[in-house]
Ligand binder design. Structure first.
Ligand SMILES: CC(C)(COP(=O)(O)OP(=O)(O)OC[C@H]1O[C@@H](n2cnc3c(N)ncnc32)[C@H](O)[C@@H]1OP(=O)(O)O)[C@@H](O)C(=O)NCCC(=O)NCCS
Length: 171
């Protein structure tokens, strides 16, 4: 299985639309993420026009689209990026694909784009994604208690971070 990442292109919009509206993806994504064609195309265009500050990447398996990952600059001066929009299409689940994709993404953001810190937030009920983040080397840094109104109740946001030193070999 050859897992690769590439920047999303307008031709990916049909795949991304199906992915983001899937019943085993949609409930786990932040409400603000687009689930419509125009919104997704806007994100793809922004990723192409501001590549250092914004990104939408397609995860591919042997050249076939299998998922999505995204980032956005959070603090330019301190070189912090927020990660988000992670989803693996259900037909590619069960292979821990996101773990490998996350490692490729971390290295690209830190060593190629020069970010010093990557951070992300996962709904407290999303145990599957929390386990994935821990396996992928993100460090759990805290919890925003009952921060978001989702599925009819207040849910936690679990915070994860990774800094450049975490990826460098220990002396
Ligand atoms: C999170 C996600 C990207 C991980 O995808 P993936 O790398 O394909 O992960 P897998 O399907 O291989 O599952 C990873 C592990 O979680 C386990 N798992 C499945 N459902 C689970 C659950 N409800 N709770 C805990 N673990 C679960 C799997 O059994 C597997 O463990 P194993 O390898 O020991 O059997 C994918 O599940 C997804 O797209 N989810 C919906 C969107 C989402 O939650 N995005 C993150 C938003 S922050």
């Amino acid at each position: 299985m050859n897992v690769t990442l590439r920047r999303a292109e307008p031709r990916d919009v049909d795949f991304l639309l199906e992915l983001m509206t899937h019943e085993d993806v949609d409930p786990y994504m932040a409400v603000i993420r687009p689930r419509d064609r125009d919104g997704l195309l806007e994100e793809i265009e922004r990723s192409q026009s501001e590549p250092e500050e914004y990104g939408r990447f397609v995860i591919e398996v042997d050249g076939e689209p299998a998922g999505l990952m995204g980032f956005q600059v959070a603090n330019k001066r301190s070189r912090i990026a927020n990660l988000g929009s992670l989803a693996v299409h259900p037909s590619f689940r069960g292979k821990r694909l996101a773990d490998e994709a996350a490692r490729l993404f971390q290295r690209h953001l830190v060593f190629e784009l020069g970010y010093h810190r990557l951070q992300l937030e996962i709904y407290g009920f999303n145990e599957r994604a929390i386990k994935h983040a821990e396996r992928a080397g993100f460090i759990r840094e805290g919890v925003k208690r009952k921060a978001y109104w989702r599925h009819g109740e207040w849910v936690d946001g679990v915070l994860f971070g990774l800094v450049r030193e975490d990826l460098e070999p220990k002396p």
